[in-house]
Each structure stands twice: as structure tokens, then as C-alpha cells.
Write a protein that binds this ligand. Sequence first.
Ligand SMILES: O=C(O)CCC(=O)C(=O)O
Ligand SMILES: [Fe+2]
Length: 209
Amino acid sequence: MKFRLFLSREACEEYAQEMEKLAYSLLELISLSLGLPAERLNSFFKDQTSFMRLNYYPRCPNPRLALGVGRHKDSGALTILAQDDVGGLEVQRKTDGEWIRVRPTPHAFIVNVGDVIQVWSNDKYESVEHRVMVNSERERFSIPFFFNPTHSVMVSPIKELINEQNPEKYKVYNWGKFHTTRNLSNFKKLNVENVTFIILGCLKAQLFD
Ligand SMILES: O=C(O)CCC(=O)C(=O)O
Ligand SMILES: [Fe+2]
């Protein structure tokens, strides 16, 4: 995939509209896979707070000293990522903590399940931890589309998925408040490597207070 450096507003709007359609299709498939009606989750996105980002990672002579994107989990519902052929995205394998390179596949998107779907599905789906390494020889471009719920949505495990054998693992939280607080803090105030993980951990911990 080749990216032009300057994208027009119209192109960005058109791209976002297409991503939104794709995101709804994926959401419906996820809903079906959980044994729910296809459109069960759609209403959470009526005035969605989705956005896209144009990422540029310049070449770096000493990649070990530079931060592409530090380790994190995406906090929204789904991320649909387009990337060029340079590579640099890595996901952490849960079994041994090893960072695995995600090899770019031509004409394919990478789809991340975010924390919101992890909570809705009560851990049936897991939000993957990932990071981006920079490259000493080539610059890199990527375009993530973050498919996020409406600001006022209260996120908690979907009640149809909860029963005695599968009690809810998360307390309810407000998506908009959570997202704004996280963005405003810009990860500065917490001296930890992985803020999302800690926050999800806190939500889980509260359950057992
Ligand atoms: O550029 C990438 O490959 C991923 C960026 C990313 O993880 C993010 O913006 O959340
Ligand atoms: Fe990410």
C-alpha cells in the first residue's frame, strides 16, 4: 500500500465513511459470534466518537532509542489499521510476553479488538497489547481508524452473556469520561508502562472490593 503525503479533506472524509461501514460489518459479525442478534451493539454508536489518525514515523538512525508508539491497548471498540509495506507494528504474545512483528500484508487491514469489546464480551474477546518500533532505513505511514462508542455510553458486560457460571468481570464505566480523562492525562501522570492495562485492572479489582 502506498500513501500520498498530502491527503485532501474529501479523501479523508470518504475514507472514514468507508471505514465506518466496514466497522459496522465487523461489529455485527462479532455480535453474532457472541450468540447475540447481529445489530445488538449498533445502538452504542449512534453519535459515535470514532476518529482516524494519519501516523508518520520518520526514519531513525537508532531505533532502540526512539519511541514509535509505546506499548498500549486500544481503548475503543475496534481499530482498523492500514499500513504501508515497511512494518514496525508488534503485538505481545500472551503466553510468554514475547513481542511478535506483524508482517505487512499487501491490500489488507489489521483489525484490533479494543477494551470496550473486551468488556462487552466479558473477556470472550481480548484487547491485544501492541507497540510500534521505528525503522533506521525507511520512514513509515499508517492510518488507524478508531471505531468508538457514543460519549454517553455506559460500558459493561452485555447482560445476555452473564450468568452464574459467567459472572460479570467488569464494573460499568462511562466511555466518554474514560476516554477524555485518558487523553487529557496524555499518559503523563501515571508512571507506568501500560495505562490501559492498569485501568482495566482497576475496573476488575473494584469488583472484588
Ligand atoms: O501505526 C501503527 O501501526 C499502530 C498505531 C497504534 O497502535 C495506535 O495509534 O493506537
Ligand atoms: Fe494502538
